[in-house]
Write a protein that binds this ligand. Structure first.
Ligand code: AMP
Ligand code: ZN
Length: 111
């Protein structure tokens, strides 16, 4: 998608710190981290949100998640995955992405 910031990151047109990459996803550091570890899992193919995503994407990400959180050093102590969706959900980039947060004890509720 031409005007999408995450499509531009996937295409390498905007620089990012890549933690992981394969044929379907990239994992990058969030520009404004909300925790000591804060990355975004971004599907390479543009889709707006979790409701529009193909049904095989979540199982794919789940299969890769163990390796990703191990690489980040947060597998043992735990982490949180957040999918902000739409206006009330606080989604600011309309290209589906999964926040992975960790590296400290996170507060709850997050609002
Ligand atoms: P959301 O508000 O859930 O749509 O999350 C969008 C996230 O993208 C925010 O946490 C931003 O800090 C992050 N973000 C925006 N632009 C960039 C960028 N160029 N590189 C890395 N993260 C970004
Ligand atoms: Zn996009």
């Amino acid at each position: 998608m031409t005007d999408c910031i995450f499509c531009k990151i996937v295409a390498g047109e905007i620089p990012s710190k890549k933690i992981y990459e394969d044929e379907k996803i990239i994992v990058i550091n969030d520009l404004n981290p909300g925790a000591p570890v804060h990355v975004l899992i971004i599907p390479k193919e543009h889709t707006e949100n979790i409701l529009t995503a193909s049904s095989n994407l979540l199982p794919y990400i789940q299969a890769k998640l163990g390796e990703i959180v191990k690489t980040l050093g947060i597998a043992e102590k735990g982490f949180r995955i957040v999918i902000n969706t739409g206006e009330d959900g606080g989604q600011s980039v309309n290209h589906l992405h999964f926040h992975v947060l960790g590296g400290k004890t996170l507060g709850w509720p997050p609002c």
